[in-house]
Design a protein around this ligand. Structure first.
Ligand code: HEC
Length: 139
């Protein structure tokens, strides 16, 4: 109950994500971006994640999960990141070993294995890791 009501207010982010995606898509090939965003939406990822940093979660808290552009920055150049993150996406993250402590309001990511297949998760994580960094706001 309370969990659901905590997640629901973040849903409008999905609309923002879709709008932002148009911009992203025009910068590179439109096809794969659209397919990946659809996959992310259908797999329930964007209930907790957005693309762009700075999104707020319910009650003005930090977003539930890290913005995917922040994920791309954090793991840039890290060997084996796609394999490691695919495993975390499928199995869930450990609340005792949070990689985003203090930066997100979610304590851990639940396992997504029921929502997405391993090959799809790997594709999606590869796409996430290749996202361009967020544009800096103009002064
Ligand atoms: C119920 C909320 C929720 C859902 C649904 C969710 N995530 Fe997450 N995700 C989180 C949280 C919270 C974290 C931060 C984990 C941590 O603290 O290490 C996270 C972290 C991540 C990370 C970074 C992991 C790390 O160790 O740095 C990736 C990549 C990711 N999620 C991708 C996905 C994908 C892909 C999906 C859909 C298949 C998804 N998430 C669905 C909440 C969620």
């Amino acid at each position: 109950m309370s969990r659901l009501s905590r997640l629901l207010p973040s849903l409008p982010c999905a609309a923002a994500l879709a709008v932002g995606a148009g911009v992203v898509a025009s910068a590179s090939a439109a096809g794969p971006d659209e397919a990946m965003l659809k996959l992310a939406a259908n797999s329930g990822c964007i209930t907790c994640h957005g693309l762009e940093p700075g999104g707020k979660g319910p009650d003005g808290l930090a977003p539930v999960g890290p913005a995917w552009k922040d994920v791309a920055v954090k793991y840039k150049g890290v060997k084996g990141a796609q394999v490691q993150l695919t495993r975390i996406v499928l199995q869930g993250s450990s609340p005792y070993e949070s990689h985003w402590k203090g930066k997100v309001s979610g304590l851990a990511m639940p396992p997504n294995k029921v929502a997405i297949t391993e090959p799809d998760a790997k594709k999606l994580v590869g796409w996430i890791l290749a996202l361009p960094p967020a544009a800096k706001p103009k002064p």
